[in-house]
Design a protein around this ligand. Structure first.
Ligand code: SF4
Ligand code: SF4
Length: 116
């Protein structure tokens, strides 16, 4: 569940407000987003992935809120870290390029590669 918007890091781009599929954010008076409908969060991490300033923290607990402190999030390196994890952002290796999961084998029919 979305737990934090860093006012210090936010550059007021508005991307998180636009990409959130359940409209969790409103724009605050200075265009920094505020978490307006936290209970509607789907823990999808889309906002954290898109945030260019690593200003958001989505906790992995979908059904409960957790208390967070910005300085602790920064010290642990976790604030906005999902974007880095999936390789979004300039100069990063995309997760798809690292993934070795034989995904295609799971979705093709079992006999797809059999010659007639
Ligand atoms: S994690 Fe998904 S649903 Fe929750 S605030 Fe971010 S974009 Fe919206
Ligand atoms: S995407 Fe990040 S930088 Fe942009 S408005 Fe949202 S929190 Fe601020």
């Amino acid at each position: 569940m979305i737990e934090w918007v860093s006012a210090d890091r936010c550059v007021q781009c508005g991307i998180c407000v636009k990409v959130c599929p359940t409209h969790v954010f409103d724009l605050g008076p200075d265009d920094t987003p505020v978490i307006a409908r936290q209970e509607d969060c789907q823990t999808c991490y889309i906002c954290e992935a898109y945030c260019p300033a690593d200003a958001l923290y989505v906790a992995p607990y979908a059904d409960e809120k957790v208390k967070v402190e910005e300085q602790e999030l920064i010290a642990s390196g976790i604030l906005g870290s999902w974007r880095k994890t999936i390789g979004w952002g300039p100069g990063r290796t995309k997760l798809a390029a690292m993934d070795q999961t034989p995904f295609i084998d799971r979705i093709l029919p079992a006999n797809f590669n059999d010659k007639p």
